[in-house]
Design a protein around this ligand. Structure first.
Ligand code: HEC
Length: 157
């Protein structure tokens, strides 16, 4: 082997080394670009058949901080009876913003049954009324107490 050929061989080796290096570098670069564009690797995940799977997974009746999230009602005994019977036609807000005692609730329910097609509530009526008067009671006092025992004084002329 003369020196010339030896030189050419080492050049080929270096040349091949460069190709391997740049090929590797290219692959890593492609990978990094891919990760930058799709860092969750979603392209490799199987598509879910049901498009609303995420939505359907959410518990409709989940409670957060003692509040039934969907309706805003307080979590207490009778909650689900109220949710199932009193939030179908109107918002729960219409229910909770009305503070009534037992008699007036019974009368309101009668009125809805007579005029608004509310169904017979059976034994749930008592549970519902108890829930309402316990958790949404009639405010005891107005914003200001009545003025009592006032001492009036004469205005001087
Ligand atoms: C079948 C449908 C339906 C259901 C179920 C229903 N309501 Fe009603 N409710 C109505 C309608 C209709 C009105 C009148 C709404 C309006 O005035 O806009 C009403 C009005 C009300 C009002 C306001 C009454 C007023 O004097 O303004 C309250 C309070 C109420 N409902 C509570 C309840 C409670 C508690 C339940 C569960 C026992 C319930 N509703 C279930 C149809 C329904």
């Amino acid at each position: 082997m003369d020196r010339n050929e030896e030189f050419r061989k080492s050049v080929t080796i270096i040349y091949k080394g460069f190709i391997v290096f740049f090929a590797f570098f290219g692959i890593v670069l492609c990978l990094l670009i891919y990760i930058a564009l799709d860092h969750t690797f979603s392209a490799f995940k199987q598509e879910d058949d049901t498009p609303y799977a995420d939505v359907m997974d959410i518990d409709e009746d989940r409670i957060e901080n003692g509040i039934h999230v969907r309706t805003g009602l307080v979590e207490a005994e009778g909650l689900m009876e109220v949710v199932h019977n009193c939030t179908n036609c109107h918002s729960a807000l219409l229910v909770t913003q009305n503070r009534m005692d037992k008699e007036r609730w019974a009368a309101t329910i009668d009125w809805m049954q007579e005029t608004q097609n509310l169904w017979d509530l059976g034994k749930n009526e008592e549970i519902i009324i108890n829930y309402l008067v316990t958790n949404y009671p009639v405010p005891k006092k107005g914003r200001r107490q009545n003025l009592e025992n006032l001492e009036w004084y004469e205005l001087e002329e």
